[in-house]
Design a protein around this ligand. Structure first.
Ligand SMILES: Cc1cc2nc3c(=O)[nH]c(=O)nc-3n(C[C@H](O)[C@H](O)[C@H](O)COP(=O)(O)OP(=O)(O)OC[C@H]3O[C@@H](n4cnc5c(N)ncnc54)[C@H](O)[C@@H]3O)c2cc1C
Ligand code: FES
Ligand code: FES
Length: 477
């Protein structure tokens, strides 16, 4: 039995815990404001807000309910479009949308309004940039985005005086959202204290489920009826910790967790820019790093990122957790297209990598058909350890240019012990070209992908060594 608060009321559901919340909301709770669009996390029509207690704070995140299992609602506050209506008039977020002409057929509108309400409930600074970023997972087919952006700017204005500590209280006090939001924190405490939120899950699962953003897209009809071990909301699987110069990640760390981590931001100064290239806010709120590695997509962004960093993975066997644990390099995980050096019952329990030090440089590049909310045509990361102008050690990775996410072993070895120069980069590109085997597909021809990777390698060096004279790199292919 899964217990949670749906808008204002407690809901108990005995449906299979892998049932997607979208179906529960529409077909079992008969709340039809949450729409079904793509059912693949792309359109945001099904967006909901998920409020939970973290370190005694109530935090809300937007998520796509089409990819979210019922189990992930346990002990949380789920907010649908119906849950943010004021008793008599449109709430100020809804008013901002209508006043800006941000809605036509209206199909996408509940999703946009929910994402904007989520922005009101977040502790983020009330800047125009943050307000617009909050709707980066919503697609509108008829209105055009400028009027919707204007609505988002009005919403930012509404919350400019809120306190970071308790945005829900502020939104309730200001009559932006209904008064019941002021009591949710207390009600969630009570729900937890009554032990009302155990996360169900199978001890002998057919599937591990991190965020579900890949599994539900691949096996939409199967997961609700399968035996699943849910990996979210377990403190032991969630932390981002530093031990000396090592960083240790729990497998269920999400992209948003990384984005908000001081440890990560200190070590990767432009991490925010990298993370914005990965999916959208609601997907980043669910998608885990382990899921990115294990789904083995040849273009998984964080797989490419951590291949360059030479991350190590600790696996634990379900059958015999005490004895059967082992650590392997992420670089050794991929054996062929979607074939892993991993037994079906092994689950990824920990990720460890060395944080870049003062002699290290790191950079990530991604090109996709759209800049945002799109998977890569080709992506690449580079990690260099320098000794003056000599490269002591290099890790170069690339996605979209082979059947698996590639650690470019020969190219990385080629860089070791070399002076950085324009000629070196040209020679490096030749080595890289011999090491990759892209195919033509919907994301570009093989030739295009070869050219793209050459350009991304140049982009790495131009970005990392802005003072070097590398004039020919920008123009020549
Ligand atoms: C709209 C949309 C946009 C996307 N955009 C991007 C993008 O820009 N870049 C990108 O890289 N990806 C993107 N993705 C893909 C996906 O979100 C990521 O790969 C994500 O990191 C998967 O994580 P998850 O936790 O949701 O995986 P899940 O769906 O939970 O799991 C994926 C696989 O990993 C396995 N698994 C998960 N955790 C463990 C574990 N601890 N041990 C063993 N096995 C495990 C599962 O069994 C499953 O086989 C996108 C997906 C969607 C729906
Ligand atoms: S229905 Fe499109 S994101 Fe869920
Ligand atoms: S108003 Fe029609 S899809 Fe946005």
């Amino acid at each position: 039995m899964v217990r949670f608060i749906l808008n204002e009321k407690i809901v108990e559901s005995a449906l299979p815990p892998g049932t997607v919340l979208l179906d529960i909301i529409r077909y079992h709770q008969h709340l039809m404001g949450t729409k079904i669009g793509c059912r693949e996390g792309d359109c945001g029509a099904c967006a909901i807000l998920v409020g939970e207690l973290k370190d005694n704070h109530l935090q809300y995140q937007s998520m796509t309910s089409c990819l979210m299992p019922l189990a992930n609602a346990a002990g949380k506050h789920i907010v649908t479009i119906e849950g943010i209506n004021l008793p008599k008039e449109l709430n100020p977020v809804q008013q901002a949308m209508t006043a800006s002409g941000g809605t036509q057929c209206g199909f996408c509108t509940p999703g946009f309004i929910i994402s904007m309400a989520g922005f009101c409930l977040s502790g983020k600074p009330a800047t125009a940039q943050n307000a617009i970023a909050a709707i980066d997972g919503n697609i509108c087919r008829c209105t055009g985005y400028k009027s919707i952006e204007r609505a988002a700017l009005k919403v930012a204005e509404l919350v400019k005086d809120r306190k970071k500590e308790d945005p829900a209280q502020f939104a309730a006090d200001q009559n932006i959202l209904p008064a019941y939001f002021a009591n949710i924190k207390q009600r969630l405490f009570e729900l937890h204290n009554s032990n009302g939120s155990p996360i169900p899950g199978s001890p002998d699962p057919a599937y591990f489920l991190g965020g579900g953003t890949d599994l539900y897209v691949q096996k939409h009809d199967e997961i609700p009826h399968a035996s699943v071990r849910f990996l979210f909301d377990k403190p032991e699987l969630n932390g981002i910790n530093k031990k000396g110069n090592k960083c240790i990640l729990g497998p269920s760390v999400t992209v948003t967790d990384l984005k908000e981590s001081q440890i990560i931001n200190d070590s990767f100064p432009v991490f925010q820019r990298y993370a914005k290239l990965v999916s959208s806010t609601p997907i980043r709120n669910m998608a885990t790093i382990a899921g990115n590695f294990i789904n083995a997509s040849p273009i998984g962004d964080f797989t490419i990122f951590f291949l360059a960093l030479d991350a190590n993975l600790s696996f634990v066997s379900q059958g015999n957790p005490e004895k059967a644990s082992r650590t392997i390099s992420l670089r050794k995980l991929y054996k062929g297209y979607k074939i892993l050096d991993k037994l079906p019952d092994e689950f990824l329990a920990q990720i460890e990598f060395e944080l870049p030090g003062k002699n290290d440089l790191f950079h990530f590049e991604k090109v996709s058909k759209r800049t945002h909310l799109d998977i890569a045509s080709v992506n690449s990361a580079i990690h260099l350890t320098l000794n003056g102008e000599i490269i002591e050690k290099a890790g170069l990775s690339a996605g979209g240019v082979g059947p698996v996410p590639l650690f470019l072993e020969k190219a990385s070895g080629f860089l070791s012990g070399k002076f950085i120069s324009e000629d070196l980069i040209h020679d490096l590109i030749e080595v890289v070209q011999a090491e990759i085997s892209p195919i033509s597909d919907a994301r570009g021809t093989a030739d295009y992908k070869r050219l793209l990777l050459s350009q991304l390698i140049k982009a790495h060096f131009i970005t990392l060594f802005p003072k070097l004279e590398l004039p020919k790199l920008v123009l020549s292919a």
